[in-house]
Design a protein around this ligand. Sequence first.
Ligand code: ADP
Length: 184
Amino acid sequence: MTRLIFLGPPGAGKGTQAQQVAELAGIPHISTGEILREAIAEQSDLGQRASSYVDKGELVPDDLILDLIKDRLSHEDTQSGWILDGFPRNVNQAQFLDQLLAQLNQQADIAVNFAVTDQVLIERMLARGRKDDNEETITRRLQVYREQTAPVLHYYEERNELQSVDGDRSVEEVTVSLRAFLNL
Ligand code: ADP
């Protein structure tokens, strides 16, 4: 399977696993968080508009993200597949993705939920030390996740397109179980 949506709370390890799987499968790893951090570092128009939201742990407005995803998934390197990491992050984004994929004549194979307890998430984020990994922002990101992103799990679950992985294990162990059910 090579059209994958990685879901899960901040700090769940989606990005690390996405990088590994992308390399193995030879497909692009598309992380909206990474794209936004690069834009912020470059102080591009997108970066300037996104930075205050990212710093506070809020989602950036959908209008900043949707065009970006449309452009990225229209790029020719996505023909043999892709991993979306950090998108969709609310139900509106999930609906947009469905429409976009229909236009592109594509379909996601599966959404993967990385399940990790809050305590482990907080420990991991504090150890990571990114600018938005301070206690106040972490608390807000977990809250935003519960309110806006958790409903996206149900969105895919109702269609039988959700697979959960126990993310509370070592990086290597999680990769082994991912590879098993992705057939990679
Ligand atoms: P994490 O998985 O640790 O939350 P990300 O790198 O995925 O980190 O995201 C960092 C921040 O970027 C988020 O807190 C949010 O502000 C912003 N962001 C990333 N993806 C999206 C998205 N799809 N919609 C809105 N905001 C986003």
